[in-house]
Each structure stands twice: as structure tokens, then as C-alpha cells.
Design a protein around this ligand. Sequence first.
Ligand SMILES: [Zn+2]
Length: 118
Amino acid sequence: MPILPNNSSRRYHPFFDENLKLVSYCPLCDSHYNLLEARILEEQEGASLIYIRCRKCQSSILALIFNNHMGVSSVGLVTDLNPEEVLRYRSAGEVAEDDVLWSYQYLQKIDTVVELLG
Ligand SMILES: [Zn+2]
């Protein structure tokens, strides 16, 4: 599946270009991505999860590309996760109330220790 425009003479419809702009250019520094740096993390029928790191500014994006009878579209976000973390957290469970409470109490203990040391 050709997911990104390349240097061939093939022409894309403007709608197609607009949807793929996210995965063609870095949203932070506007550099053109080298497609060899794109990594497909997961593929399911009609959808691909792609991770791209910008060579120039080192930022990363996660993009979900849909390719179905409606055409090609994409959604994406800037992330500070690496590809392995994306896959790990993707299969992680939801954050429960107890997790939040535990984190709060843990941070309070750290504050107490810092105060005692200060
Ligand atoms: Zn960049």
C-alpha cells in the first residue's frame, strides 16, 4: 500500500495530499520526512499505525492511517515515546482510581522525605 507520496511522476488528488501531509512533513520543524525512517508498528485490515522520527529535530509522531472505500485518511500526534514504549503502553490497562490515589500518596511521601532532608 503506497502510504506516502514519492518522487515518481504519479499525481495525487489534493484531498489525498492533505491527509498525508501529516506523515510527509514534520509538524514541528517542517522538514520532509525520509520515508525509510517510518516504522510500521501495527497493521490491521484497512489501518496502519506508523511511527516516524524526524531526523532534523528528533521529534516523533504516531500516525494512524486509514485506507478504506472512503479513501485514505490519517490522524496523528506528536509523542515523546519511543516505538517500544508505544507498543507496551498500547496493550496496558486503563488507569484506575486506585492507581491515581497510590501515585498521590507516593508523591506525598517523597515530599515528606525531601522536607526532612531539606
Ligand atoms: Zn522535525
